[in-house]
Design a protein around this ligand. Structure first.
Ligand code: GLA
Length: 384
């Protein structure tokens, strides 16, 4: 994305002066889906697509915000009762409020922002937006005294308290901590993390976007989380030390099979297996064993489709196409209910796969999927 573009719009929409420019990326996740809020492992990386915002304190107690992409302008105050109705503005408002709750004296500012993270593709455009503003407000009003983890929590709390999604920490974490050519394994229970260099010579990561958006994705997401908590409560009766599904194994789960619903059981089974798959993938990567990495990705897809039930017809179709083309690994990425598959493809197969996926998808669903090449990039930062 172009800094001059954002700057020119900022100048045009406000008083002709310039401010500071910040950016924060979207993310991919190689493996470890719906594990974050269960205290498990995730394995994301930031991408080269994100949100860019120009911001300047305006000496008032009002935020004046302009969405360049939507050509939409919203003004709001900084008190709890000032929450705007417009959904994109609620993210910025939520971040302001969460920063204030953490002791940052946020004042009014002018801001214009634009983005190139595809919306609804499961690449966390909302986390990119939250992280951009959390990072910026910390710099402009907070003397950077809030640490990076807490900035990620600001974004997560914004989702919980102002946007109705009880998400985990993965997206905001990746958006803040991202590093060029590295994936990050995060233990969501201890919050320990480790960078894994990821720049395979003979493989490429490519996203195939079904362009399906599920209307009720956030309530379905919250229900998945609820299922996991219900199972934990049941397991706790025999094992009081268990706080999260991360602390459970299949044996403990087996003990409550008759007492929880079949649906909740399947959800928990998926999560327990998925947490282990992240560790297996990291081991395989260290050995350069991409076949195993890919195999685990297919297993994740199966689990997300049949046990966690967050896939859809279009994504299952894209997964089958990948398999037919001999793609090493493929699965639905992110929260699910639409969005992309992430594919680990041998370089020599790339062209055939992309062409076949487009053709077969179009023949079946009457429209083309979108293709994004993944470039693993840096996290939140100030540009100017
Ligand atoms: C969404 C949430 C994340 C995570 C993923 C699924 O992206 O925001 O916290 O739970 O879904 O892995």
């Amino acid at each position: 994305m172009d800094i001059e573009f954002v700057r020119s719009r900022f100048i045009k929409h406000f008083d002709g002066t310039t401010g500071s420019v910040y950016t924060s990326p979207g993310r991919i996740n190689l493996i470890g889906e719906h594990t974050d809020y269960n205290g498990g492992f995730v394995f994301p990386g930031a991408v080269d697509k994100g949100i860019m915002a120009e911001i300047k304190p305006n000496g008032t107690d009002k935020v004046k915000a302009y969405s360049i992409d939507l050509k939409d302008y919203v003004e709001f105050g900084l008190n709890e009762e000032d929450a705007p109705k417009t959904s994109w503005a609620r993210y910025i408002f939520g971040v302001c409020r969460e920063m204030i709750k953490r002791g940052v004296e946020v004042k009014g500012f002018n801001t214009a922002f634009a983005g190139d993270v595809p919306l609804g593709a499961g690449m966390s455009s909302s986390a990119a937006l939250e992280s951009t503003y959390a990072f910026a407000l910390n710099d402009l009003f907070g003397e950077n005294k809030i640490d990076k983890f807490e900035l990620a929590r600001v974004g997560q709390a914004t989702e919980h308290n102002y946007c109705g999604v009880n998400c985990g920490i993965m997206d905001q974490f990746a958006s803040i901590f991202g590093k060029e050519d590295s994936l990050i394994r995060l233990d969501c229970r201890s919050l320990e993390y480790q960078y894994f260099p990821f720049k395979p010579m003979d493989y490429r990561l490519v996203l195939v976007d079904s362009v399906v958006k599920h209307e009720l994705a956030s309530s379905a997401y919250n229900r998945r989380r609820q299922s996991c908590e219900t199972v934990v409560e049941a397991v706790q009766k025999n094992h009081p030390e268990v706080k999260l599904l991360r602390d459970c194994n299949m044996e403990m789960l087996g003990e409550v099979k008759g007492t929880v619903s079949e649906e909740d059981y399947k959800r928990a089974e998926y999560v327990i297996e998925e947490i282990q798959r992240v560790l297996d993938v990291c081991d395989a990567l260290e050995k350069g064993d991409y076949e195993t990495v890919g195999q685990k990705m297919y297993e994740t897809h199966y689990g997300m489709s049949k046990l966690y039930e967050v896939s859809c017809e279009e994504l299952d179709f894209l997964n089958d196409v990948a398999f037919d083309c001999g793609v090493t690994g493929s699965r639905v990425m992110g929260g699910g209910f639409g969005g992309c598959t992430i594919n680990l493809v041998k370089s020599e197969l790339y062209e055939t796969f992309v062409t076949t996926a487009k053709e077969r998808f179009k023949a079946k669903f009457g429209r083309s999927p979108k293709i994004y090449d993944v470039v693993i990039s840096n996290g939140a930062r100030k540009l100017e």
